[in-house]
Design a protein around this ligand. Structure first.
Ligand code: ASP
Ligand code: MG
Length: 691
């Protein structure tokens, strides 16, 4: 047997009721069902008002109209006439203003539901809870033995019935007087029905996603609690959570029935399960608060799960959170049974107080935690660690928390990560290793994501590059490497967005070699040093490769061009790129000393070229380009070019990068900015990890 309970907003109107009917039909396909329902929302309050009003006629008509409107939406023809007549006959009782007038709301709503199910072809029976639920004199409490027996007999007497429908909230005492189970009591009714029949499933359908860590109307960041013990759910309810009526917990608990709290308006959502499954796990569950209108104060309760372990820091954290929010609590934090903590504040600051305590105990943990392994403990690796440390790993705007598990320059590090890392971890390559990429496919196959700022790992044969990308796709991992070209500039992303989304790329031109930019923009600068000494200085400042000839020969620019081109969907290989290096072949043999000596010999020639350019108003820039030919194929080359003042490459400072993307459908996109700097690279890596 399945017991389904629907709250007032779940049956508030015909649309909501149709959802409810769907939910019932789905349950009825699995098992016999008992439906327990509240009155339509606002109905109980309206009935109480009617009972107290001097002239209740207008209120009665309004309430009757709401019910008739639902009926006329749900039924047609004779069915509508019968349902309306039934409704009006109940209202004729209401018009007599009987005692306990509020008991009629549930009768009205359930009569409609039962009739609709019957008309849909379900073997349905409406049960009158007033005859089944026996309350102890004084109301509220239920005589369980009597009640269970009555419910069992009613069910047993109707073996062919598929769906029973019963009003929540109401009963009768031994004297025969109609009573209620207290405001919100339909939950209690449902729990009693479930216990009586030993239901396999008790689901309480409401208008919120479940029991939440705080009232979502007060704390928008509140989260649904997936699992909660009977005890903690009971405490949440009795200390103020509106989602569940506290007395509803006991009957189900005593019968060993789990209680599901589900959202009628999001029926696929699993909601909250109240059971003893999570009772042993020590953790914070949620916040409830209860106003005391008399004193204008509100008591906030932080509810814990499981046995407490040692001395708790909770009081200090609660006090600190309130202090940070500028709220003065009334008295000290108190504790009950070592699991629940209480603090009282003035009601006018209660919302802020709840939000502050919620932030302290529940929101930090929603940042999803990402384990990061950093290969390469050089400038970039250290900057990465420094940024993560400075933020305590938390990047709330991205909703992420990073935890650097290890950082290492060891050669076998990737292998080590492969054996220890959990899947969904991130492996960062900020080495300058030539062969670390060989571990990428195995890492991805193990479910480990990769963020790479080492462009050597991408400037590999195209088939290898493609294999890494395929491994990422097949294993649901990401492989991101935006910082390999232009550091933190959004270059690759702009290219892949254009190329991947159908806008053809005509031409990409990039001045992306920071080293060369630095050299050509600094030469002839205020220092007026020789080109040889400039190169030497750049070398000693770490701006060049260990052998600066690699930069001057265009090696680094070549790597970047490969990456750019492949991002545009062009499977370029190194051998496809035509490079005209800045210096002739005579510079490239021999030792570094030979090289610097030769540069000195050439100084007059460099100076002459520079003067010539000054005279013509041109500048020289080392430009990498990928150009689409007439026949649709692409040509790639890297060479020194003379550019005039109208070129986007003309004004460049030191290590600035400029990339210009010419596509079929737009004016050229110019991306210009810092292309150097360990901190920038690190921030680009962090963005790649979290995006
Ligand atoms: N209709 C009743 C009330 O408003 C009972 C319930 O909805 O649970 O209190
Ligand atoms: Mg309720």
């Amino acid at each position: 047997m399945i017991v389904l309970k629907f709250g007032g907003s779940s049956v508030a109107n015909a649309t909501a009721m149709s959802r409810v009917l769907d939910i019932i039909e789905r349950a009825a396909a699995r098992d016999r069902v008992i439906v327990v329902s509240s009155a339509i929302s606002g109905c109980t309050d309206a009935l109480i008002q009617i009972g107290e009003a001097e002239d209740p006629e207008k209120l009665i008509n309004q309430l009757q109209d709401r019910h008739l409107a639902i009926i006329s939406r749900l039924f047609t023809g004779d069915e509508r006439r019968e349902a309306s007549a039934d409704c009006k006959s109940i209202f004729s009782d209401i018009r007599c203003i009987p005692p306990v007038i509020e008991a009629f709301g549930e009768v009205l709503s359930t009569r409609i539901l039962a009739r609709k199910l019957y008309c849909e072809g379900f073997k349905t029976k409406w049960l009158d809870s007033r005859d089944l639920v026996r309350t102890v004199p004084g109301g509220g409490q239920v005589e369980m033995a009597f009640t269970c027996k009555a419910i069992q007999e009613a069910v047993a007497a109707n073996p062919l019935i598929k769906v029973f429908v019963a009003p929540g909230f109401i009963g009768r005492d031994a004297s025969g007087a109609v009573t209620t189970l207290g405001r919100g009591g339909s939950d209690y009714s449902a729990s009693i029905f479930a216990a009586a029949v030993g239901a396999d499933d008790l689901q309480i359908w409401t208008d919120v996603p479940g029991i939440m860590t705080a009232n979502p109307k007060v704390v928008p960041a509140a989260m649904t609690i997936g699992d909660i013990s009977y005890r903690a759910a009971f405490d949440m309810a009795r200390f103020g959570a509106k989602v569940l009526y506290a007395p509803a917990v006991a009957p189900a608990r005593d019968a060993g029935i789990a209680i599901g709290i589900r959202n009628t308006f999001d029926p696929e959502n699993p909601g909250t399960l109240i059971s003893d499954r999570s009772a042993g796990v020590r953790e914070w569950k949620g916040l409830s608060s209860l106003d005391d209108p008399q004193s204008g104060t509100t008591r906030i309760c932080l509810i814990g799960e499981g046995p407490s372990t040692g001395k708790s820091v909770a009081p200090r954290r609660i006090a600190g959170a309130l202090r940070d929010a500028g709220i003065q609590p009334l008295g000290e934090v108190s504790v009950e049974d070592g699991v629940n903590y209480f603090i009282t504040v003035r009601t006018n600051v209660a919302h802020n107080a709840v939000a502050a305590v919620h932030r302290e105990f529940f929101e930090a943990r929603t940042l999803s935690l990402i384990d990061v392994y950093v290969a390469g403990n050089g400038a970039v690796g250290q900057a990465l660690k420094a940024i993560v440390d400075a933020n305590d790993g938390k990047f709330p705007t991205a909703g992420k928390r990073l935890r650097i598990i290890e950082i290492s320059s060891d050669h076998g590090f990737a292998q080590h990560v492969l054996s220890v890392a959990r899947s969904h971890s991130v492996f960062v390559d900020c080495t300058d290793s030539e062969d670390i990429w060989r571990s990428f496919v195995p890492l991805l196959q193990a479910g480990i994501n990769i963020v790479c700022s080492n462009r050597r790992s991408l400037a590999i044969p195209y088939v290898e590059y493609a294999a890494i990308k395929a491994a990422a796709a097949q294993n649901g991992c990401f492989f991101r490497y935006d910082t390999t070209v232009g550091n933190a500039l959004p270059i690759l992303q702009s290219i892949s967005d254009g190329a991947g989304c159908g806008s053809g790329i005509k031409l990409i031109e990039a001045v992306v070699s920071c080293t060369l930019n630095y050299l050509v923009t600094s030469y002839n600068g205020p220092r007026r040093e020789s080109f040889a000494s400039l190169v030497q200085r750049a070398h000693s400042e770490g701006l060049t490769e260990p052998d600066p000839r690699l930069d001057l020969g265009g090696r680094d620019a070549l790597r970047k061009l490969l990456i750019l081109s492949r991002e545009a969907g062009v499977p370029l290989e190194e051998s496809d790129v035509e490079i005209v290096p800045m210096l002739g072949p005579e510079f490239f043999g021999g030792s570094l000393e030979d090289f610097y000596r030769r540069l000195e010999d050439f100084e007059p020639e460099f100076a002459r070229r520079e003067e010539e350019m000054d005279a013509t108003g041109k500048r020289q820039r080392f430009v990498a380009s990928l150009r689409r030919e007439e026949d649709g194929t692409y040509k790639a080359n890297i060479s020194m070019q003379l550019v005039g003042i109208d070129s986007p490459f003309y004004w460049i400072n030191g290590t600035e990068n400029v990339t210009v993307i010419h596509s079929d459908d737009a004016y050229p996109l110019v991306i210009k900015g810092s292309g150097e700097g360990a901190r920038l690279a690190a921030s680009g890596i962090i963005r790649n990890i979290m995006q």
